[in-house]
Design a protein around this ligand. Structure first.
Ligand code: MTE
Length: 315
C-alpha cells in the first residue's frame, strides 16, 4: 500500500447490477440460519450454498455494501471506492485459468466448468488488510487444493505463483503514465500453504457471484495472511521450485515480504499492527477497533506450518 490512508468509506455507488448480478446455478439451497447470519434478503439467501460450521467465526459479518464498496484493487484505481465505481466495463466471463509449470497435467480450465466440477462451499472468514482494517466475509468457493490435485504437482514443486489478468482497456488503473504498480499483479504461496484446507479460490460472496471489484470471476482467499495475498481475477497459476515474488514485495521490499502472516507483534514500519478497524461497525470514537489475532485467529490450524521459523523475521 503506497501510503496509509485513514478510514474513508467511499460514497460512490456500487457497480450497476446488470454488470455483475448473475445468480449462480451452482449454489444450493439456503437455510434460515444462513439468512439470519447474513442478514440478507430472502431472494439472495435462496441462492446460498451449504454452510460448513467449521468455517464460521462467531462474529458479525460485514455488511455487503461495505464488502463491495470499500476495496483494494489497484487495476481500477487507488481509492477505496474506485474499484466499485470504475469496474463496470470489466468482462469476467468467459474466463479461463492456465495452470502450468511443475505439474503432471497442465491445462487451461474454464472457470464455469470448475464451478460445476468442485462443490461450492460457503465459508465465513476474517479478512485483515495490512493497512489495519478488517472485515468478516461470507465467501463462496472451493479449496485451491482441489484444483492442485487435478493437475498433479510434481514432487519437485515447492511453491505456487499466481497472476492477475492484464486488460488496460477494461482496467483504468493499468493505463496512463502514472502507473501505480507493475502489471500483472502477482502473488505466491508455499505449496503446503496452497494445499492447506483453509486456502480458498472464491467465486462468490454472500451467496452471489463475485462482483468485479472483489476479483471476479475467481480470486484467492488465505485467511491467516494479510489481505494483499488474496490476488484477484486470476488467469494463471504456476507450480515452481523457486519462491515467487509478490507485487508488494517487489514494490517495497522494506515493508512487505513473502509470508505476510497476520502478526500483531510485528508492526508495519509506518503503523502498529496490534489492533484493527472493523469496517462497517461503529464504536464510541468512530470505527470500532478489535485486537489483531496471531494468524488472524487461525493459529490452531496453521501455526504448525511455520514451526522452527522466526516469525518476526519472516514478515
Ligand atoms: N489483487 C489484485 N489483482 N490487485 C490488487 O490491487 N489488492 C489486494 C488484494 N488483491 C489487490 C488484489 C489487497 S491490498 C487487499 S486488502 C485485498 O485484495 C482486498 O480485497 P477486497 O477488495 O475484496 O476486500
Amino acid at each position: 500500500m503506497p501510503a496509509y490512508r485513514p478510514l474513508k468509506i467511499a460514497s460512490s455507488e456500487i457497480t450497476p447490477q446488470q454488470h455483475y448480478l448473475r445468480r449462480r446455478e451452482f449454489l444450493g439451497a439456503a437455510s434460515l440460519g444462513a439468512m439470519a447470519l447474513y442478514g440478507v434478503s430472502k431472494a439472495s439467501a435462496a441462492a446460498l450454498s451449504v454452510i460448513d460450521s467449521r468455517y464460521t467465526v462467531g462474529e458479525k459479518v460485514t455488511p455487503l455494501k461495505d464488502v463491495t464498496t470499500y476495496n483494494n484493487f489497484y487495476e481500477f484505481g487507488l481509492d477505496k471506492g474506485d474499484p466499485a465505481r470504475l469496474s463496470g466495463d470489466f468482462k469476467p466471463l468467459p474466463w479461463t485459468v492456465k495452470v502450468d509449470g511443475m505439474v503432471n497435467k497442465p491445462g487451461t480450465f474454464d472457470v464455469e466448468a470448475l464451478m460445476k466440477e468442485f462443490p461450492i462451499e460457503s465459508r465465513t472468514y476474517r479478512m485483515r488488510c495490512v493497512e489495519a482494517w478488517s472485515m468478516v466475509i461470507p465467501w463462496d468457493g472451493f479449496p485451491l487444493a482441489s484444483l492442485l490435485n487435478k493437475v498433479e504437482p510434481l514432487g519437485s514443486a515447492k511453491y505456487v505463483a499466481f497472476e492477475t489478468v492484464v486488460r488496460p482497456d477494461q482496467m483504468p488503473g493499468q493505463k496512463g503514465i502514472f502507473q501505480s504498480l507493475d502489471w500483472p499483479y502477482v502473488e505466491g504461496l508455499r505449496l503446503d500453504e496452497a494445499r492447506h484446507p483453509l486456502t480458498l479460490l472464491a467465486v462468490g460472496l454472500y451467496g452471489e457471484t463475485l462482483q468485479n471489484q472483489n476479483g471476479a470471476p475467481i480470486r484467492l482467499v488465505v485467511p491467516w495472511k494479510y489481505g494483499f495475498k488474496g490476488i484477484k481475477s486470476i488467469v494463471r497459476i504456476t507450480l515452481t521450485d523457486k519462491e515467487p515474488k509478490n507485487t508488494w514485495q517487489v514494490t517495497n521490499p522494506q515493508e512487505y515480504g513473502f509470508y505476510a502472516n497476520v502478526n500483531p507483534e510485528v508492526d508495519h514500519p509506518r503503523w502498529s499492527q496490534a489492533t484493527e478497524r472493523r469496517i462497517g461497525e461503529s464504536g464510541f470514537f468512530g470505527a470500532s477497533r478489535h485486537p489483531t489475532l496471531p494468524f488472524n485467529g487461525y493459529a490452531d490450524e496453521v501455526a504448525s506450518l511455520y514451526s522452527g521459523m522466526d516469525l518476526r523475521k519472516s514478515f
